[in-house]
Design a protein around this ligand. Structure first.
Ligand code: CA
Ligand code: CA
Ligand code: CA
Ligand code: CA
Ligand code: ZN
Length: 586
């Protein structure tokens, strides 16, 4: 008994000296590993707690499995309500396995909030704009990708079962983690008639045999069993409703667009997110973070939608080129033309139903795992460069990537092949690229990734419209008549309404309203030429003018006002904010 009490005391003493079990997320956040879903939630709560005056934490909606989809809004209420300012929206991790967007979103928040009051650029941004950040759209996907055994390419779907092989059973035969290591790797089998042989340069890799050569291996695909005994292996995995093909604009049924779901917004979380987003009518710019390939994509996502108006293309080109400079290696591209056609994606939805400008960033570049010294790089345009490019799809070969794994992350990305007794195939081997490889940068590269991508977002945030209203002239014309000239100027790239939104009359244009208790607005209109007094007077209601302030430009009006006293000018715009000015006629 005494012995036991002593032991208990010893354990208690020992326990009290141990660090806390739960990892606490504190501000400033750290970016030395990818955040788990719980850590994303924790980080958002920590940011909200650290900056209560500037942030609002909300649950946008719940996922298929009941997990909250969280949004953190950044707005300084002292400079006005969020809806009265231009807004920028950012989301990430729509595909469950594309987790970087969650970390980029957290970094963006941490950077902007942490620099408020310190860095004048960030202070000005927070005072002038509203930021709506949804780090993880596919919360079930992030949870299951990080918790369960996966390949780099699995667990992308919404958690809605789909009968992929049309046998009446749903998700009945997914891949299986046969060796229990948390990865869905690859199976290979010794086979003298197989189409592959060991790579002479690195026997862990396989290369296709040339005609006449003797084979060595058959590749059996992802680790797995014939779970339902139908004779096929891994034929109906988790899902598949693609969260980026289920949006309610230009949606197409699954026989046209694979993975689009039974109907648009059949994903309950996506539907809730769309409703939440639509209520934020000030959103003028949106970014969505996916992987991979190193791309900044703009729409249209389908050729048949037609090219965007040239003025919008000019905005995209300006910001897209800048993005290429901020994130070296990324290419600014048009999604349907330079990548592929999609129906029902989130970008076209936000562009066409909210009139926002939109980029989809495909983060992670294979080139970041190249294994070549500067003197080994072929000259651009040389025959050797052509040969290298022809050999490897992404420009970086598996030979290089495996050396990167061996020497830069000490083997973390590739599992050595190990024998396994398979119930159907007999003696096989399991090995190859692990879950946290291929589309995800190694943890030591996270900081660079999140910083550069966040800075590309901030460049576009700094180009949200920033309208100034000035009265440029008040001239007494005799009697009680006055000529008043106004100027609405915008030094930023974004206009106060996209030209696409104008073209389809998506919503009312900006309004400039002139009023005064002791005054009558006799005439008013667009000032075409201030020097020659050319004005396009509006026929009815001259006190209300509809307009758009262009990017890097201005719009001027002229009013003829009869009367005396205070005159109020009010400007209201969905994406350009709200302004008011008072002048006195005397
Ligand atoms: Ca099935
Ligand atoms: Ca399925
Ligand atoms: Ca495994
Ligand atoms: Ca099966
Ligand atoms: Zn994606």
């Amino acid at each position: 008994m005494k012995k036991l009490a002593g032991l208990v005391l010893l354990i208690m003493l020992f326990a009290s000296t141990l660090p806390a079990q739960k990892s606490e997320i504190t501000v400033p956040l750290r970016f030395d590993q990818y955040h788990s879903l719980d850590q994303v939630y924790e980080a958002l709560r920590a940011l909200n707690k650290a900056y209560p005056q500037l942030t609002t934490l909300e649950t946008v909606g719940k996922s298929e499995e009941g997990r909250p989809i969280m949004a953190l809004t950044v707005n300084n209420p002292k400079t006005g309500p969020a809806l009265d300012k231009p807004g920028i929206y950012v989301d990430g991790n729509m595909h469950g396995n594309e987790i970087q967007g969650g970390d980029i979103s957290l970094y963006l928040l941490d950077y902007v909030l942490g620099n408020y009051g310190k860095n004048p650029e960030m202070t000005s941004l927070v005072d002038k704009a509203a930021l709506y950040i949804v780090p993880v759209v596919n919360v079930d996907g992030r949870f299951h990708f990080m918790t369960d055994a996966n390949s780099p390419d699995s667990n992308r779907s919404l958690r809605i079962t789909v009968d992929d092989d049309k046998d009446g059973l749903f998700d009945e035969d997914p891949s299986d983690d046969l060796d229990g290591d948390g990865n869905i790797c690859t199976m290979r089998k010794k086979d003298p008639f197989g189409p592959y042989k060991s790579d002479p340069e690195d026997p862990r890799l396989m290369v296709r045999i040339k005609p006449g050569e003797k084979g060595e291996w058959s590749m059996l695909g992802e680790e797995g069993l014939d779970n339902d005994g139908d004779g096929r292996v891994n034929e109906d995995g988790e899902g598949y409703v693609d969260p980026n093909r289920n949006w309610g604009f230009d949606w197409a049924p699954p026989y046209v667009q694979g993975g689009s779901g039974e109907y648009p917004f059949s994903g309950v979380g996506l539907k809730a997110l769309a409703e939440w987003t639509m209520a934020r009518t000030n959103i003028a710019f949106a970014w969505s973070f996916h992987n991979n390939g190193g791309m900044i994509l703009r729409g249209p996502s389908r050729k048949g939608l037609g090219e965007y108006p040239p003025q919008d293309v000019a905005v995209y080109d300006y910001l897209g080129k800048q993005g290429e400079r901020i994130i070296p290696g990324y290419r600014y591209m048009i999604s349907w033309k330079d990548l592929y056609t999609t129906y029902g994606d989130s970008g076209e939805w936000i562009t066409q139903t909210m009139g926002a400008y939109f980029y989809c960033a495909e983060v992670f570049q294979g080139e970041s795992e190249a294994f070549k010294g500067v003197s080994e790089r072929p000259e651009p345009g040389s025959p050797r460069e052509e040969a290298v490019r022809g050999m490897f799809s992404e420009g970086v070969s598996d030979r290089e990537r495996i050396k990167f794994s061996d020497n830069v992350v000490q083997g973390e990305l590739y599992k050595p092949w190990k024998p396994f007794k398979h119930p159907d195939y007999g003696d096989v081997e399991i090995g190859g690229w692990v879950k946290m490889s291929s589309r995800l940068g190694a943890p030591f590269m996270i900081k660079d990734l999140v910083h550069r991508n966040a800075m590309a977002v901030l460049f576009s945030a700094k180009h949200l419209p920033e309208v100034a209203l000035d009265v440029t002239e008040v001239k007494a014309l005799g009697g009680n008549l006055y000529r008043v000239r106004t100027r609405l100027a915008n030094p930023k790239a974004l206009p106060t309404m996209s030209y696409l939104a104008q073209k389809v009359n998506l919503y009312p244009k900006d309004v400039l309203k002139v009023s005064g208790a002791g005054a009558k607005i006799v005439a008013g209109g667009l000032l075409l030429d201030p020097y020659r007094d050319q004005v396009a007077y509006k026929k009815d209601k001259p006190e209300v003018q509809f307009l758009v302030v262009p990017g890097f430009g201005k719009v001027e009006h002229q009013f003829l006002i009869e009367g005396k006293g205070e005159i109020t000018l009010k400007y209201e715009s969905r994406h350009g904010g709200k302004l008011a000015k008072t002048i006195k006629l005397e």
